[in-house]
Design a protein around this ligand. Structure first.
Ligand SMILES: [Zn+2]
Length: 56
């Protein structure tokens, strides 16, 4: 299920406030030194640092 149009533009990483990009049902922080990946569950982005996947 695609995210609501325009939603990505207002979302920011809660850890560093960089913009996010959607990839493989996750929202990836675009900051190179952050890069946290936030899950999207049932079309709802879960923007919690505790829920985010750390970059490899
Ligand atoms: Zn970030």
């Amino acid at each position: 299920m695609p995210l609501e149009a325009g939603l990505l533009e207002i979302l920011a990483c809660p850890a560093c406030h960089a913009p996010l990009k959607e990839r493989d049902a996750e929202l990836i922080c675009t900051a190179q030194d952050c890069g946290l990946a936030y899950p999207v569950r049932d079309g709802i982005p879960v923007l919690l640092v505790d829920e985010a996947r750390r970059p490899a």
